[in-house]
Design a protein around this ligand. Sequence first.
Ligand code: SP5
Ligand code: ZN
Length: 364
Amino acid sequence: MLAILYDPDSLLHKTVELLSSKLVPAFESPERLDAILKALHLSEYDLRSIQFSTTADAPRKARLLELASTNHNEGYIQHLQTVHDDWVKAGLIEREGHVLAECFTYPASTGKPLRPPKDLYARAGYYSFDLSSGVMSETYKAALASANLAFEGADMLLGVSETNPSQLDTIFALCRPPGHHCDGQRIGGYCYINNAAVAVATWRSKFPDARIAILDIDFHHGNGTQEIFYSDPKVMYVSIHGEDEYPYYTGAEDETGIESGRGFNINYPLKVGSSLDEYLEKLRSGLKHLSQHKPDFLIVSLGFDTFHGDPLGSFQIHTEDYGPIGRITRQTLLGIPALILLEGGYVIQHLGDNVLSFLKGWNH
Ligand code: SP5
Ligand code: ZN
């Protein structure tokens, strides 16, 4: 049984990005979620709205921040919460404006540890790695709403692994903003909080030794998720993504993990223009590794920017192809409680149909 979660506050975040040296409305837009919700409302799926900002349950609110702090540093979360207000107060932007970083950190030969700069303006760069993820007045609210869906979804799945199994074995969290580019201390790639890391922290708070499989099938390499679990042998991360594409500096095959995490990070870069067959070959191989990991829980970081014609992707995958992708994934890891987290996908016109196609395959 599958349930789908969304938070209406996700729609409040609307930002800008620098693309080809022009400041434009970000591809990652509220219309994406609108399109998916429209398709789901017309379907039979069990679609549930959870609004984090209006919950009166203070301990539960605190709990989300506590879980996020497992893999996000405190200064970073504080920055997300306050930077927009601080910039407005300092007269750097208007209230309707967006905070975009201009100066970034880099590996200097001094070897000095990096510290957040005192300068408010510079600090935005310390806590970001690109110029695609502006912070506007509602960004923090939406990022928390998104992370909360990962928390709620993970929490609902905890019942499955106990003696009294819940009927729900799959939760699809319509996370917006997405999460897989955030490494816990930097904004980037439209991501502000790593939602997968929040889910992992949720499961671990109850089962500290839980074995976790993460399948990342967004078009882009999930540098943030890889980074967070790179030395972790309990979390196996598998990603299929465009070779030499954004985020450019990670995602190569030779990135296999470090220390005891060695062997638990698997990257499948695929050439520009790759077909469904080439894609499925990597998917089957990745799923085999994830299945051998004997996971207690599965996360699918699901992006639809693998769709042909996506402005930020370059694979030849069509609407009907998401069926087999969903089906093969579910079949290979049958019985494992699964949390599907929405990542990217920017052809709004086909987004609803692509989601429906994936879910139909998943439920085969
Ligand atoms: C969650 C997600 O899908 N984030 C992706 C963010 C990608 N943003 C940067 C895109 C850079 C595109 N540059 C295109 C150059 C011409 N190929
Ligand atoms: Zn993507």
